[in-house]
Design a protein around this ligand. Structure first.
Ligand SMILES: [Zn+2]
Length: 133
């Protein structure tokens, strides 16, 4: 199952982030999941909770933030591709509606730790921004 390896990677990140904050436990983590990844959020949450047992992340609330795909083309077009549902896998063939060239997804393929919340409240607040553009 793909989600379990994704979950392990996210868990590793979360543990390092907790260590950076000097936290021995974590209240919550938020995971960004791009709609183009074909990762099932519910399954991913379950996997993260499973692999988190025995780590500082155990017992943390696991939240997901689904990211809509956005493609950008060399011609300047940028928007949400409408045919993602027809292509599977991790290299969707997205065509620009303006010029017909193949475009790159600039968002929507994320599957990463967006933020963690740790109990201590100090200057750094224990949170990292969940949005970056
Ligand atoms: Zn184009």
């Amino acid at each position: 199952m793909h989600e379990i390896s994704v979950a392990s990677g996210i868990l590793d990140r979360a543990i390092s982030a907790a260590e950076e904050h000097g936290a021995d436990r974590v209240d919550a983590i938020t995971i960004e999941i791009g709609r183009a990844t074909h990762v099932n959020p519910d399954q991913l949450v379950f996997c993260v909770e499973t692999v988190a047992e025995g780590t500082p992340i155990a017992g943390a609330a696991v939240r997901t933030d689904v990211v809509d795909p956005v493609a950008a083309c060399d011609c300047g077009w940028r928007g949400e591709p409408d045919d993602l549902g027809l292509v599977g896998g991790f290299a969707p063939d997205v065509r620009c509606p303006e010029c017909g060239e193949r475009t790159e997804l600039v968002r929507g393929r994320e599957c990463r730790l967006a933020s963690i919340e740790v109990p201590e409240v100090d200057d750094e607040s224990g949170q990292t921004p969940t949005q970056e553009r």
